[in-house]
Write a protein that binds this ligand. Sequence first.
Ligand SMILES: Cc1ncc(C[n+]2csc(CCOP(=O)(O)OP(=O)(O)O)c2C)c(N)n1
Ligand SMILES: [Mg+2]
Length: 558
Amino acid sequence: MKLSGSEALVHALEQLGVQHIFGLPGDHTHLYDAIYKSRIKHVLVRHEQCAAHMADGYARVSGRVGVCDGANGPGVTNLLTGIAEAFTDGIPIVAIASNIRLGARGRGCFQEVDQLNIFRPVTKEVIDVQTVARIPEYVRRAFQIAATGKPGPVLLNLPLDVIREQHDYSDRELHVDSQWGFWPPLRPRAESSVINMAAKILAQSKRPILWCGGGAMAAHAWPQISALARFHKIPIVTTFMGKGCIAENDWLCAGTVGQLGKRAANELALEADLIVAIGSRFSNLDTANGKIPGPSTKVIQVNIDPSELGNNVRSDLNIWSDARLFAEDLAAALRAEGIDKIGEYTQAYLEQRHQAWMDEYTRFPIDGNTVDSNHLHPGTAIRVLNETLQEDDVLICDSGFNQIWGGQYFNVKFDGRGYIGPRGFGVMGFGLPAAMGAKTAMPNKRFIALCGDGGFAMVFHELETSARHQIPVVVVVFNNRNLEYIKETQRQHFQSRFISVDFHDIDFAGIAGQLGCYGVRVRTETEFREALELALSRDKTTVIDVVTPESAKPDRYI
Ligand SMILES: Cc1ncc(C[n+]2csc(CCOP(=O)(O)OP(=O)(O)O)c2C)c(N)n1
Ligand SMILES: [Mg+2]
């Protein structure tokens, strides 16, 4: 069949089940014309960084590989920050990068930049397409690499002359296997001897915990992991990336662990004699810079990326496996040995720990944080979110204190991805576009972006995108009129010599109105509750600008 490179590309994307692409055009109009003639919907954004975040949010909730695009030169470099977030969080995205003509390379022509090398450190692979006949093959390869192993982004670099060229494709050249459009498409399994060893160590432990990270979520392993925990009564702590691996109102869940985590989880992790870490790389935040696990705690580390095993924390048993298969296989091994309850923890003890964590947020405002009738404390706002949101609503956080408020106190009420955050890279501006991407993938679910005023101001232009494409989300902005996460450091360590952390007050509700969305500014619990309930019932994006005290900060235990 005779097709242009662009048409072959779109044909390949269709075979992979791609339904949406987020991006902004440039010289690759040829590709846009091919999309125009296809079943794929193009979501025009206002800034390419947001296109990458949208593809990221889309991928996280849907189990599909996210797709975004940018125009040669600045459009592609604008994608970079969003792609770096996906890389550090292990989220599969294919970034379609148009590039100047292959024939013009090296002559410093308009918009020439070394896209290939700029993206190498933040992608699993950079694919430079040089032959029109191989476009479908390269598309397949991009998706396959993005989705398999530890997922992550791939840059598909497409010179303009290659996508404009015509080629008479054979059926074989055109065929792309649809399995690579979804993740994880394949799951590696550990040998049974290793699983048996893990079962033995676990059965002998007295205070075991499961420690679940982003890899557990990437493997969609929450049904198997929560079943394992519930059957054998093993408590779970999660990293921020693993939050929701078991419903947080379950007494077996002790909450988020690490430097920004909660007391209950950290204490449990420190007193554990065995940590079974599933899909966690033991990052510096999660180990509180090496304070957890304690020196006498045994560690079994399970990861799909063998280079993570024993990398940050000494591990007594390394298991190279998909998280879901590991949980399944371990459960089967324990069953085969007739092992029922594991460890010495009593339900009463774990329940009391869980309750202590649950009670904490209901006590806000605490710790001397200033609050008056003109300001709503973020802790109170989280309580209102917990009381108002329904079981399968999803909170998507930004970077800054808002993410920590959400990570520590938001209560995921089901086993699964009820909380999403930019954990690996901590990029400001993630919340709104990631929520829009998620909503595009799952239009029947409700997504609530929780942002700081600093992060939201970097991306609020996408409200217009949300109005134009009818992608309704709820945005809650904790508006403290400053970069409080940084300001607190200046307060603590620089004797409050504040520099470049304070803004003028922006009324984001007013901006939302200008951009075709609803907006409301609230200052009290009642106003927030009413605004939230209304926002959740609407089919248009609402921004709730919550006027918070300037210096409210979440707890840090470790
Ligand atoms: C793009 C980007 N720039 C800078 C930072 C460094 N940084 C981390 S948190 C933060 C402050 C965030 O302020 P805001 O969004 O208002 O949230 P708050 O901490 O006030 O709740 C900054 C500047 C970052 N993470 N990302
Ligand atoms: Mg702020």
